[in-house]
Design a protein around this ligand. Structure first.
Ligand SMILES: NC(=O)c1ccc[n+]([C@@H]2O[C@H](COP(=O)([O-])OP(=O)(O)OC[C@H]3O[C@@H](n4cnc5c(N)ncnc54)[C@H](OP(=O)(O)O)[C@@H]3O)[C@@H](O)[C@H]2O)c1
Length: 326
C-alpha cells in the first residue's frame, strides 16, 4: 500500500510516499480501505517532533480518517465489512489501509462524503464541546472566531451558526476572509490590522461580543478578551500563533468575564461517554443539512507534506483533506 512514513522528525516538506505492507486486523479490529484523511496543525507539529507528546518513530502520520471496512479481525461481526465509517486514530491515516479498533469506528450518515467525514471529528466535536459545554452559547449571541479560516475556525463558524449565534470571522488575508464568509460567517474582520478592536465595534454596531473562540493565542488573545461584554466567555482552544499569551486578571474581574479552557481531547480521554451526545447532535445536524463540513479543497497523498508545511506557514485555507486514489 502507498503511505507517508516519518522515519525521523523534521520538516513536513521532506515527506515522501512509500510502499509499505498492508497491516492485518487483530482481535477486535477492522481493516479500513482509506478514502480520505483530514489534516490539522497538530499533525504538522507531530511530524516535526515539536508537539507536547512525541509519536515514537517510525510512524505514519494522520489521525482523522474515513473509509470502507474491508476486513475484520477476531470478534468483530462480518456484517461490518463494506460499511462506510469515520474514526480517530493516534496515527496511520496517511495510508491506503489502516487497522483500527472496531469500537472507535462510527458509521457515516448516508449524505456525508468521505472527504467531509475525514475533516469532521476533531474540529466539529471541539466546536460543539466548546460552545455548548464550555461557553454556554445562547441563540442571538455574538461570537468572534479567531483564525476563522483554519480547519478548527471554519468548524466553529458552522457550529455557532447552527446554534443561532451571529458570527464574526477574524482572519489575516482577504482570501481567508472570503472563505470564512462563504462558510457562513455573518461578518469578516481583518485582525492583522493594529486597530482591529475599533473595526470590530464599527462592524457589529456595539461595543462588545459575548463569546470569543480562540485557536490562535499570541497577541490576539488579550485584545480579543478586551472585546468581551460583561459576562462574556473567552474559549481557549489552541495556540497556532506559537506564543502562549498571559492575561492581566483584572480584565476578567472588570468585565465579569470567564476564561474557559476547551480541551475536547482531554475530556473524551477522561470520559469517553461525554462524546456520545456531541456526536448525536452533530450527526443529526449533518443529516438535516444544518452544518456543512465539506472541505474547501482536497489533495492527493503525494501533496501531504506540502499541505502540512502550508499549515505551519499560515498559508492553508479551510480544513485540508487528503483524498486517496480509487
Ligand atoms: N482544544 C482542542 O480540543 C483542539 C482540537 C483541535 C485543534 N486544536 C488547536 O487548534 C489550533 C488550530 O488548529 P487548525 O488545525 O485549525 O490549524 P490551522 O488550520 O492552521 O488554523 C490556524 C489559524 O491560526 C492562525 N494563525 C495565526 N498565527 C499563526 C501562525 N504563526 N502560524 C499558523 N497559523 C497562525 C491562521 O489564521 P490567520 O492567518 O487568519 O491568522 C490559521 O488559519 C491548533 O493550535 C490546534 O492545536 C485544539
Amino acid at each position: 500500500m502507498r503511505a507517508v512514513r516519518v522515519a525521523e522528525y523534521g520538516s513536513p516538506k521532506n515527506l515522501t510516499v512509500e510502499d509499505l505492507p498492508v497491516p492485518a486486523p487483530g482481535k477486535g479490529e477492522c481493516l479500513l480501505a482509506v478514502e480520505a484523511a483530514g489534516l490539522g496543525y497538530v499533525d504538522a507539529l507531530l511530524v516535526q517532533g515539536a508537539y507536547q507528546v512525541k509519536t515514537p518513530l517510525p510512524f505514519i502520520p494522520g489521525s482523522e480518517v474515513a473509509g470502507r471496512v474491508e476486513a475484520v479481525g477476531e470478534g468483530v461481526p462480518e456484517k461490518l465489512v463494506g460499511t462506510r465509517v469515520m474514526a480517530l486514530s493516534p496515527r496511520g491515516a496517511l495510508a491506503e489501509r489502516i487497522t483500527l479498533p472496531a469500537a472507535v469506528c462510527t458509521p457515516l450518515p448516508d449524505n456525508m462524503s468521505a472527504e467531509a467525514a475525514a475533516g469532521f471529528l476533531v474540529s466539529y466535536c471541539t466546536a460543539l464541546y466548546g460552545f455548548e459545554n464550555c461557553g454556554k452559547l445562547q441563540p442571538g449571541e455574538t461570537v468572534l472566531v479567531l483564525g476563522a479560516a483554519g480547519g478548527v475556525g471554519m468548524a466553529a463558524i458552522d457550529v455557532a451558526k447552527a446554534m443561532g449565534a451571529k458570527v464574526v470571522a477574524a482572519a489575516s488575508t482577504e482570501e481567508k476572509r472570503q472563505a470564512a464568509s462563504a462558510h457562513g460567517a455573518d461578518m469578516a474582520l481583518d485582525y492583522s490590522k493594529e486597530d482591529w478592536r475599533k473595526a470590530l465595534e464599527e462592524m457589529i454596531g456595539k461595543s462588545a461580543v459575548d463569546v470569543v473562540y480562540d485557536p490562535v493565542g499570541g497577541a490576539f488573545s488579550e485584545t480579543a478578551f478586551r472585546c468581551l461584554a460583561p459576562g462574556g466567555r473567552h474559549l481557549v482552544v489552541g495556540f497556532a500563533a506559537g506564543d502562549i499569551p498571559k492575561l492581566p486578571l483584572n480584565l476578567a474581574l472588570l468585565k465579569r468575564a470567564s476564561l474557559v479552557g476547551v480541551d475536547w481531547g482531554g475530556e473524551i480521554r477522561a470520559n469517553a461517554a461525554a462524546n456520545v451526545p456531541l456526536m448525536k447532535t452533530l450527526t443529526e445536524w449533518v443529516v438535516d443539512g444544518k452544518i456543512h463540513p465539506e472541505p474547501a479543497a482536497t489533495f492527493p497523498l503525494e501533496e501531504a507534506g506540502a499541505v502540512l508545511q502550508s499549515l505551519l506557514e499560515r498559508k492553508s485555507v479551510g480544513k485540508p483533506v487528503i483524498r486517496m486514489k480509487g
